[in-house]
Ligand binder design. Structure first.
Ligand SMILES: Nc1nc2c(ncn2[C@@H]2O[C@H](COP(=O)(O)OP(=O)(O)OP(=O)(O)O)[C@@H](O)[C@H]2O)c(=O)[nH]1
Length: 316
């Protein structure tokens, strides 16, 4: 053996030791036979399958999660055929039946004519990274939900209302269907706060929101706290008659909640006033004037003595 050969031998021994002591798992597949020429023994510690059990590409494919298999297999074959280095994330089956997230980073060794000769790569255990990603996604979802929720009452907030109103308005325009809005406001709430204190006022807002939730007919009806002591009910696919009935039901539900309001008279109960608007919006109708009408009717309800529903603009 020449000195050079001896050095090479020693070098490849060093390389092998290095390769087999990394956390990444090296492997090689001959393209002509689609058989594993090599896979690092570390694979057994990660997945439980011994290195000897990885014989063909089929063994690899069989150990991919069924939901990932077709996507990953097709992608890797197409990239390899095109001679493109690539990487793929997938869940690999462990011998105990659990799955581990793997990132496979693949280099395509090519013949002089460009056709693939072999694939060599590293498998990385990315399950911790995936767990972090999932946690981040959960947190993002939670944050998004919170950003659409009123902190005090737990019902939807103004931000959510703006988005939903815009969406339902466009739907109603497109489908030529009615949409209704009920704006509700607690009567004499300033006196309530003055009489019972602000904290009790907060509790009262929660009770009102709870009572109003009883009016919701399904997932598309939306109850929001519009701000302060004002709530709105967005009612898709609802005409004026139905909206008026629901508005009265809101007042009734709050009445039945029996929330005392001694602030404006002994033995008195908390009441609401409501303004209602309904429309089948035409193509160029804007949403803000529609909301403004419901709001104006609420103030008419206040003017007319409170604890009532107003659905028209007529003067007394
Ligand atoms: N406790 C509490 N009070 C609030 C909150 N937001 C607004 N308010 C109070 O709601 C009251 C609203 O008062 P006004 O706008 O004068 O209305 P009102 O006393 O209900 O009178 P009318 O609506 O005309 O019947 C104010 O005293 C605000 O401080 C809140 O989050 N918590």
């Amino acid at each position: 053996m020449s000195v050079d050969d001896a050095l090479l031998c020693e070098d490849s021994g060093v390389y092998k030791t290095l390769l087999e002591s990394t956390r990444a798992i090296p492997w090689k597949i001959e393209w002509a036979t689609l058989r594993f020429a090599y896979i690092g023994p570390q694979i057994e510690a990660l997945l439980g399958w011994s290195a000897q059990s990885w014989l063909t590409v089929q063994d690899w494919a069989d150990r991919i999660h069924p939901e990932d298999r077709e996507r990953v297999f097709n992608f890797c074959v197409a990239q390899s055929q095109a001679g493109m280095d690539h990487e793929a994330d997938y869940r690999a089956l462990r011998k105990d039946g659990e799955f581990v997230w793997i990132r496979d980073v693949v280099h395509v060794v090519r013949h002089a004519d460009g056709t693939p000769e072999a694939l060599i790569g590293f498998m990385f255990d990315i399950s911790e990274r995936k767990r972090t990603e999932e946690r981040l996604l959960d947190m993002q979802r939670e944050l998004e939900e919170l950003s659409y929720k009123d902190g005090l009452t737990g019902v939807a907030n103004r931000r959510r209302f703006d988005v939903a109103m815009e969406t339902e308005w466009r739907n109603a325009q497109r489908l030529r269907r009615p949409v209704s809005l009920i704006v509700l406001d607690i009567d004499y709430f300033k006196q309530y706060n003055d009489h019972y204190g602000h904290l009790e006022g907060d509790e009262c807002l929660k009770r009102v929101a709870k009572a109003l939730e009883g009016v919701l007919r399904g997932p598309r009806d939306l109850l929001c706290r519009f701000g302060g002591e004002e709530f709105v009910l967005l009612l898709p696919d609802t005409d004026e008659g139905a909206a008026m009935a629901l508005a009265w039901r809101c007042l009734d539900l709050v009445d039945k909640a029996l929330i005392p309001h001694a602030g404006h008279g002994p033995g008195k109960r908390l009441t609401l006033s409501a303004g209602v608007n309904a429309a089948v919006p035409k193509e160029h109708d804007e949403v803000n004037p529609f909301i403004a009408v419901a709001d104006r009717r609420l103030y008419l309800a206040k003017e007319r003595g409170r604890a009532r529903v107003v659905t028209d603009d007529g003067v007394l």
